[in-house]
Each structure stands twice: as structure tokens, then as C-alpha cells.
Design a protein around this ligand. Structure first.
Ligand code: MRU
Length: 379
């Protein structure tokens, strides 16, 4: 069972098709930014860091092909314009996660600087872009391991309720290897707790309607032999209330698609409800994300654009027939689970206000609010 969402060597990029997981392992090659735009828009690849990296690398592959085929302009300025246009196009694939826009801005800056260098050529600008995009893939795993370590330490010190030193953590959506270049953010925290032998149990929510929890997070937890239990989204309240034989949840850890300057956090739909539940039950609520997910240009959650997805993602589910799930070539069937003709609202994300968040775990440390309840992320 591979956990590599992205496979890349210079000139060649493939993504694990997450619409088919956990039933089928199929890698889709992406040859261009157009291929990547569709893979991101259709959610064959998803998760804020993964979509930024795939977008950046798809353009690296496109530029590599143009160089190899001697079809790239010699003019540095022309290549700069070409790259920036492609980056803007890629950013339009999904609006909420800031990582993609942040990466596009940063890579656009790299290209602008390369263009100003004495003797700049189209090829040199394109090669500089390729190196910078490849660096994103390398850095992400390292950042995630740091996030995992920081989060695990904070939870052990500040969230553990039981005297036995073990903790149980609930997570939502998928924030693991499949949503990043590897290891994961919130799921990376769970991996770190498990590696430190202090994880009693992980709970993952189903995460309707795309089922990132039951299909993807459950797949990763089984893969890593982490003690874990799946619950549907509407079971979280009963779980936090101790209705599972008194089992206790010490912390909820989720990822983020965009953290506004005041700490308000956009993440997978259902996150906000979990934060309200955590407050009611005195459970710590943490957001884990790389520094690049913090968007100081967005003042508060009010300013975050929330993507709305098609109706059929709520009214239909897809998978192999029961009994055929182990057969990698079994046909995938689509069934309807809603009354024909019903109106549907399908927001992909919600915003959790900063007041409900106890800490924001990043690779540079865990941010907490000051005595007046204010995060100082600008520091
Ligand atoms: O719609 P998705 O699956 O892209 O949403 C993913 C999430 O909401 C994740 O929690 C977030 O992107 C962080 S992934 C490390």
C-alpha cells in the first residue's frame, strides 16, 4: 500500500488518484499545468500542501519538456510572463487553500529575480524555476516532521488528562502523507505521538461528503499500524462525552487550508463543529499547519473565500461492491444516497474562530493566545 501522493523525478510527475483510494492504487501522470489544474479541481490530488506542490511541479515538468524539445523562448522576459500566467491559472483550480497562492507568489518572485540577473536567458529562468519547485517537495516532509514533534510535545505537556501518560487524539479529514509530500501535519502529530509510544488511540471522523477520513486517513492509520477507530461525523459529540465506555479524547488536532492573521482558520467542513464540541467538553483544540498556511494578508475568517462543490458529491457515493474491495481491478460503482430533486448546499470548508483554538502548531513552534485571547502570528 503506497503512501506517496506525489512521485517526481525531473521531467516526470505522477499523482496517486485519491478518488479511487483505498480500493485502487492508480498513479496518473501529469504532463502539464493543464493536467494539474484538472487533477486538483477534480480532487484526484487534494490537501493544501499537496496541491501547491503538484501545481508547482507540473509547471516544472512542462518547462522541462519545452527545454528538451527546444521550444522554449530564449527571451528571459517572455519566459517570466509565460510562467506567471501559468501560475495564475493554477491558482484558480481551488480557491480556499492559501498554500497554492503562496507558492505561486513565491515562485513568481524567484522568476522575477532570475530575470533581472545579468545575462538572463529563457532557459536559465526556466531552470531556476524548476530547482525552486523541486525544493518545495524536499522541504515539506522536513517541515511536517518538525510540526509532528512540536505538536506531540505540546499535547503531552498541556493536554494529557489521564495519569498514565498516554493520550487519545481525534482528527478530521486527511492531513497525512496523502495531503502533503509525506508524513503529514495533524496526522504527523499523531504519527509522532505513536512513535513516542504515548498514543493510546487515534480517532478519525468519516468527513462527509468526500470521506477523506474513512477512505484516506483510515488507510494511512491501518498502513502504519496505529491503534485507531473510525467514527462518523455525527458521533464525535458522544465520543467526547465519554460514551464509548468512558474512553477519553485528550485533544482534537486538525489541519488548515488558510489561517487568517487573527488565527481564524479555514479547514475541511465540519472542523468548526468539532471546535465547538471541544470547547463544551474541555478538550484542547489544535490546528497543525506549515508556516506557509498562515496568511497575514487575510485579516480574519470573514475574508476567506469558501469553495462550494457540486451537488453530486453529496448525493452520490462511489466504491466497489462489498466483497470485491480487495480486488484491485473491481469495477467502481456509483450509487445515490439522497432523494432525487433535493436542493443541496456543499461548502468544502468552514471557518473556526480563533477563540475556539488553543494552539496553532507550526514547524517553528506552537502559537498560543496572549492573556487577552489574541494570537500574535505576525511575530
Ligand atoms: O478538500 P480537501 O481534501 O483538499 O481538504 C483538505 C483539508 O481540509 C485539510 O485539512 C487541509 O488541506 C490540510 S492538509 C495537510
Amino acid at each position: 500500500m503506497p503512501l506517496d501522493a506525489i512521485t517526481y523525478t525531473r521531467g516526470s510527475l505522477s499523482i496517486l488518484n485519491q478518488l479511487l483510494l483505498p480500493h485502487r492504487t492508480t498513479y496518473d501522470p501529469l504532463h502539464s499545468s493543464t493536467d494539474a489544474w484538472h487533477a486538483i479541481h477534480d480532487m484526484r490530488v487534494r490537501g493544501a500542501p499537496a496541491i501547491a506542490i503538484v501545481a508547482a511541479l507540473s509547471l516544472a515538468v512542462e518547462l522541462h519538456t519545452l527545454i528538451e524539445n527546444k521550444r522554449l523562448s530564449d527571451e528571459a522576459k517572455e519566459v517570466e510572463v509565460f510562467i506567471k500566467e501559468k501560475l495564475s491559472y493554477l491558482v484558480s483550480s481551488r480557491p480556499t487553500a492559501v498554500n497554492l497562492a503562496e507558492a505561486a507568489g513565491r515562485l513568481g518572485g524567484v522568476v522575477g529575480d532570475l530575470c533581472k540577473v545579468e545575462g538572463a536567458t529563457g532557459k536559465k529562468v526556466a531552470e531556476g524555476y524548476i530547482v525552486a519547485a523541486e525544493k518545495m517537495l524536499e522541504d515539506d516532509v522536513e517541515d511536517n516532521r518538525r510540526i509532528g514533534g512540536e505538536g506531540a510535545r505540546w499535547i503531552r505537556e498541556k493536554a494529557a488528562k489521564d495519569g498514565n501518560g498516554k493520550v487519545s487524539v481525534l482528527t478530521h479529514c486527511n492531513t497525512g502523507s496523502l495531503a502533503t509530500a509525506g508524513y503529514g501535519t495533524a496526522l504527523g502529530v499523531i504519527r509522532s505521538l505513536h512513535a513516542e509510544n504515548v498514543l493510546e488511540r487515534a480517532y478519525c471522523t468519516e468527513t462527509r461528503p468526500y470521506n477523506q477520513g474513512s477512505r484516506l486517513t483510515a488507510y494511512e492509520l491501518v498502513h502504519d499500524n496505529i491503534p485507531a477507530t473510525l467514527v462518523t461525523d455525527n458521533m464525535a459529540a458522544a465520543l467526547l462525552a465519554g460514551k464509548r465506555g468512558g474512553a477519553c479524547v485528550d485533544a482534537i488536532v486538525v489541519g488548515a487550508d488558510r489561517v487568517a492573521a487573527n488565527g481564524d482558520t479555514a479547514n475541511k467542513i465540519g472542523t468548526y463543529g468539532l471546535a465547538v464540541l471541544a470547547k463544551h467538553h474541555g478538550v484542547k483544540f489544535l490546528v497543525a499547519a506549515p508556516w506557509t498556511t498562515i496568511d497575514l494578508n487575510t485579516k480574519s475568517g470573514e475574508d476567506i473565500v469558501i469553495e462550494e462543490r457540486p451537488k453530486h458529491e453529496v448525493t452520490r457515493v462511489k466504491g466497489p461492491r462489498v466483497g470485491e474491495e480487495g480486488n484491485g481491478s473491481a469495477a467502481m460503482e456509483m450509487i445515490t444516497v439522497a432523494a432525487d430533486g433535493i436542493d443541496v448546499w456543499n461548502p468544502a470548508f468552514d471557518v473556526t474562530p480563533a477563540e475556539l483554538i488553543d494552539g496553532i502548531i507550526t514547524e517553528v513552534g506552537v502559537f498560543e493566545k496572549d492573556g487577552s485571547g489574541i494570537f500574535h502570528l505576525e511575530r
